[in-house]
Design a protein around this ligand. Structure first.
Ligand SMILES: [Zn+2]
Length: 244
């Protein structure tokens, strides 16, 4: 034992310093929600000086294949997005969520079952906290971003989230990519038509076949960039407003 200890001390200090800097112990500042937004419902942020920032939000995953395809597209284009995760999908595909975080995307809570119906308090609590807990276990991200399934604000979920310091993130612009009959170009057009500084864009990587969303994503990104938009995560968007 003594020999081992002495030998260890002869190494440089570097391994110890690295150990102390493990990110697990340090909250990621890019995911922090400013206090002024806790317990609030956000649809859009009006950026200072009308700066052309915009946020992509991607719901209902992690999903095999489509989430990974979207992650690749986002990475190739140096775009950061915000993924709202469904607990039961996360349980099936934890590695995909880890990859989202590793690539610098923000993640939020989209409940465990993605139910729309009215729920009693115990069910609501379980839907939200079980998902937050699993997100933390898998990614080490403690999220305070909540998006209610279907955008329903009156079934108990949003009330619970608000009273427990989550920020309820709605959207101001939908790609309408859940329309089963629309072509990918329609999703692109929907986004371009409504793009505004500070807009929060809704799209989906899971909950069904999202191949058309994958097809639309590169053009959504390139056209918005051509218009001068810069992509930010939801925490970044909120932090900009807090500073402004
Ligand atoms: Zn959803």
């Amino acid at each position: 034992m003594a020999g081992c200890s002495v030998k260890h001390n002869t190494f440089t200090q570097t391994p110890h310093r690295l150990l102390l800097q493990q990110p697990v112990a340090t909250p990621n500042p890019t995911l922090a929600v400013p206090a002024q937004f806790q317990g609030k419902i956000i649809y859009r942020i009006q950026p200072r000086n009308n700066e052309k920032v915009i946020a992509l939000t991607i719901d209902d995953g992690p999903w095999p294949k489509t989430t990974l395809q979207m992650l690749r597209i986002l990475q190739e284009n140096h775009v950061k997005a915000t993924f709202f995760l469904v607990g039961q999908a996360l349980k099936q595909h934890p590695e995909i969520a880890k990859q989202e975080v590793a690539q610098g995307h923000a993640i939020g809570n989209h409940t465990w079952h993605h139910w729309y119906r009215q729920m009693d308090e115990a069910t609501v609590k379980n839907e939200i906290e079980r998902t937050t807990d699993l997100i933390y276990q898998i990614t080490k991200v403690k999220t305070f971003l909540f998006r209610p399934p279907g955008g329903f604000l009156n079934n108990g979920l949003a009330a619970y989230a608000k009273s427990h310091n989550y920020t309820v993130i709605m959207w101001s612009l939908t790609s309408a990519d859940t329309d089963r009959h629309a072509k990918p170009q329609a999703f692109v057009n929907n986004v371009l038509k409504g793009a505004k500084p500070g807009a929060i864009i809704l799209m989906h990587d899971g909950g069904g076949d999202r191949q058309r969303t994958v097809q639309a994503l590169p053009e959504i990104i390139s056209k918005l960039k051509q218009q001068g938009y810069r992509f930010v995560t939801i925490p970044e968007l909120l932090q900009m407003k807090a500073k402004g």
